[in-house]
Design a protein around this ligand. Structure first.
Ligand SMILES: Nc1ncnc2c1ncn2[C@@H]1O[C@H](COP(=O)(O)OP(=O)(O)OP(=O)(O)O)[C@@H](O)[C@H]1O
Length: 842
């Protein structure tokens, strides 16, 4: 965090080293994902082929493999089809388009195979007993639906026939696989309702279709059904509705006939397709039509015929291996396992329904972060409610309302919620409840175990969370909260931990590890841990912290609850989070897929100004803001600690009321300034990354980011220091023309280009004079830090000559006529030796 260039093996700077590892890890994770996806698709294909092969055993794939194929598919789907993980799954799919044939090429309407009937989704959804459609199951209905033309009896409400949701962007809808929806006990309408869910986002939508009870009613057991529905790209309204028909024994899904008719492959990215005659004839896709225990012999005539048409020849393009290598079965799932799993999934689905409803309520309310639910209705201890009331917290915020029930149930949860919406209280309340429960059953310990551990990436944040926790446990006598952070004396920490009660520990990873590795008695206390929280989880699971977190997790009991909270949850983090979360964790996203991740009441602007004028521009913006806002409170983020120091001194010389916090300052000073800034206004805080995340400074009116942030997440978190608790605020990103590449990373955020203000000559002269006053050693350190920072950014460091030139210009802008020299070793490590413009120290 901050700091000047440090060197790492291979001649890399700290940032280069970090980025190299991040890149490697990303590549590895992408590869893994691709591989698993291929496995998943191969498994699906093989299942379908196996069930269509004449004379093939009932479900060869079920018994062929180190893990049974169903278990494997279930595990993979479980992983990829969780709400919020849709991005993972569809990452490489590309746009899905179903070729539309010109009308003259369209096949005439056909009759269904005898015994098969159309299923009307309205009937299915309403729980009515299914009746054959008028016309005896004629394909006409389907053709009409497919053509998208209004027909008699179908009006504006057509979409209702289709429970699957459609992706507006990619143009397809997805239905979850059968094991997500099917349950032997889901025959009644109410149960069916329970089993069906849909989670909708502007980006991707998925839904699970309710099971079709009529199959049971017609004498056959309930058939699980998988249907993936393709729709016209870009327009969900034109999407092909899903129709079903069923025979005495089986369920069929008729979806996107032309595409599937041509050559059905689960991998829909294949566009080249020779038309499969049998499927073209039928123009239907049969997805899953067999019960696990069903054999070919049980089939009625019609379905056998269909199966025969899906012969190995017809399926030859599906990379079929006819001679399978028999694999040994390691694991066979019992019916009990499946039923148990289905129960778990249904429970999970129910949770998601609740959360989905919460989100819709939130969205319909507008931007208010508060809900109508009060803390006394949340099932938490009355003493905690009393403390909350004292602090002025009566109503829950959206994230608190959405997460408290799941957290109190003891589930592992990953939470994404906008900055400043009360995540700290959302994880502290379950932590306190968990401690209270644990204390009831642990009465005879000499030294009480640490029951709840909260990890924070920065010291400031840990101090803040400790203070907030202390407020909440005010009336719980005997419950102690302590913090373990770097920059304080180890021995003092140790003494404090032993003498004072500590059931809730808030720590930064480095210092916590020191204690774990050096004090066995401390490790013993951690063995009683019930709940682990990772605040700013994405940052803690970043490569910079990941190793420490792994070690910490290894020294904690496996039987624990884990909560992960952050305002940003990138895809990689979702995958890595499984390192600490259990398999059945719940993902609560109060932001929503495709929704803006920044507070909507914060006005965002960017200014493109030559680097030489950045300091002048910051001064100008501050002056302008001070004139407009009586109670101004501004944070200026700089790229590195030393640039922060330079900016601070310059602004102080210019007589602004300014403070500084960065990693080069002693901890006591940082804490003191942090508290001062929290409690006051008419103040400017110049800071580096240490204040980027989590720190709650109420009523910040403006955030200026001078220079490009290291990444999108940094931008969001920095901006999130203003506009907290639903208030308004303003954010300005100040970049040089060559830093404009960063705008691509935040193109989806509501940020607008602002006109560059004119700086008058008198002001410019004042700033130049103030720059001259700054000590040369600080300028040199700032130059080195600047060079180290931008050298770690791939987009810039690629061209070393340009980088050296930009660094020289930066040097000039801070009053150095020629750039300071680098140590030969440092230049070598940074790959800058021999680069024109880089001076080497003799
Ligand atoms: N239920 C509530 N009622 C009133 N104020 C609340 C409530 N919950 C939290 N707050 C206040 O909202 C502010 C923001 O809370 P907090 O710092 O926990 O946000 P956050 O979501 O963790 O932000 P960040 O993403 O920046 O870490 C704090 O001042 C906190 O005291």
């Amino acid at each position: 965090m901050g700091g000047g260039p440090r060197t790492f093996p291979g001649g890399l700077s700290k940032w280069q080293h970090k980025r190299m590892h991040e890149k490697l890890a990303r590549g590895k994770e992408r590869g893994l994902l691709r591989h698993e996806k291929q496995l998943y698709l191969a498994r699906l294909r093989s299942e379908i082929r196996a069930s269509h092969l004449p004379g093939a055993p009932a479900s060869p794939a079920d018994h062929a493999g180190p893990t049974s194929s169903r278990a494997h598919i279930r595990a993979l789907a479980d992983r990829f089809l969780r709400p919020g993980a849709e991005d993972l799954w569809n990452d490489d799919d590309g746009p899905l388009r179903r070729a539309r044939l010109p009308p003259h090429q369209q096949q005439p309407a056909r009759s269904l195979p005898s015994g098969a009937r159309m299923v009307d989704w309205k009937q299915v959804e309403s729980g009515e007993k299914l009746k054959p459609p008028r016309g005896g199951g004629d394909w006409k209905d389907w053709e009409e639906l497919d053509s998208g033309e209004p027909t008699a009896g179908r009006g504006a409400g057509n979409e209702q026939r289709l429970p699957a949701a459609f992706n507006q962007r990619r143009g397809y809808g997805t239905a979850a696989p059968w094991w997500w929806q099917w349950s032997p006990g889901s025959g009644t309408p109410s149960q069916r309702k329970e089993a069906s869910f849909g989670f909708f986002g502007p980006k991707r939508c998925y839904s699970v279709m309710p099971p079709c009870s009529p199959c049971r009613e017609s004498g056959a057991a309930l058939m699980p059904l998988v249907a993936r529905q393709l729709a016209e790209a870009g327009d969900g309204r034109n999407a092909t509705p899903l129709a079903l028909f069923y025979t005495q024994e089986r369920l069929y899904s008729v979806a996107a006939p032309r595409r599937f008719g041509q050559k059905w492959r689960p991998d829909s990215s294949d566009e080249d397709g020779e038309v499969m005659p049998a499927a073209r004839d039928l123009r239907l896709a049969k997805f899953v039509a067999s019960r696990e225990d069903e054999s070919e012999d049980d089939e009625p005539g019609e379905t056998s015929a269909i199966r025969r048409k899906w012969s190995t020849a017809a399926l030859r393009n599906c990379d079929m291996k006819r001679d399978r290598r028999p694999l040994k079965s390691y694991e066979e799932e019992s019916d009990d396992d499946i039923t148990g799993r289905i129960q778990e999934l249904r429970e999970e689905i129910r949770n998601r329904e609740v959360l989905g409803a919460e989100r819709r309520r939130y969205e319909s309310r507008g931007e208010s972060v508060f809900t109508n639910k009060r803390f006394d209705e949340c099932g938490i201890s009355p003493l905690t409610v009393k403390a909350l009331t004292d602090a002025g917290y009566i109503q829950t915020t959206v994230v608190q309302e959405a997460t408290l029930p799941v957290c109190l149930e003891g589930k592992d949860v990953l939470v994404k919620a906008k900055t400043g919406t009360g995540k700290s209280v959302a994880f502290l309340l379950p932590a306190i409840e968990s401690v209270l429960n644990a204390m009831k059953s642990h009465t005879n310990h000499r030294v009480s175990p640490i029951f709840a551990l909260v990890l924070c990436p920065t010291r400031e944040l840990a101090v803040q969370v400790t203070a907030e926790a202390n407020v909440l446990v005010k009336y719980h006598h005997g419950v102690g909260v302590q913090s373990l952070i770097g920059g304080t004396r180890f021995k003092l920490d140790q003494r404090r931990l032993e003498s004072d009660p500590c059931q809730i520990l808030v720590a930064t990873p480095g210092r916590l590890l020191d204690h774990i590795e050096n004090r066995s008695s401390f490790s013993v206390r951690l063995m009683g841990l019930k709940l682990l929280v990772l605040d700013e989880a994405d940052h803690l699971l970043d490569l910079g912290f990941r190793k420490d977190i792994e070690k910490i997790a290894d020294s904690l009991p496996r039987q624990r609850q884990t909560l992960l909270f952050s305002a940003t949850v990138p895809k990689e983090v979702r995958r890595v989070s499984q390192m600490v979360l259990n398999k059945d964790h719940v993902f609560v996203d109060t932001v929503g897929l495709g929704a803006v991740e920044t507070p909507t009441k914060v006005q965002q602007q960017y200014l493109v100004v030559p680097h030489e004028l950045h300091f002048h521009m910051v001064h100008h913006l501050l002056r302008e803001h001070i004139d407009q806002e009586v109670d101004y409170k501004v944070i200026v983020f700089c790229t590195t600690a030393m640039v922060t120091e330079f900016m601070y001194i310059m602004l102080r010389v210019l007589k602004l009321n300014v403070r500084e916090i960065h990693s080069r300052k002693p901890q006591l000073y940082r804490t003191r300034i942090s508290e001062e800034f929290r409690d006051s206004n008419r103040l400017i805080l110049v800071t580096s990354d240490v204040s980027t995340r989590g720190v709650n400074y109420p009523d910040v009116t403006l955030v200026i980011q001078a220079g490009v942030p290291p990444g999108r997440e940094h931008y969001i978190h920095r901006l999130g220091r203003t506009g907290r608790e639903g208030k308004s605020g303003k954010g300005i990103l100040l970049i040089a023309p060559w830093e404009e590449y960063f705008l691509k990373e935040i193109h989806d955020l509501p940020i607008q280009k602002a006109p560059v203000p004119q700086i008058d000559q008198e002001m410019k002269q004042k700033v130049d004079d103030s720059i001259k006053i700054v000590d040369m050693s600080i300028k040199e350190a700032a130059y080195h830090a600047w060079l180290g920072y931008y050298n770690s950014i791939a987009d810039i460091s690629r061209d070393k000559v340009m980088l050296a030139d930009l660094a020289s210009r930066f040097g000039v802008s801070i009053g150095m006529e020629k750039p300071p020299s680098l140590f030969r070793k440092t230049a070598l490590k940074m790959g800058l030796k021999g680069v024109p413009g880089i001076r080497i120290r003799k």
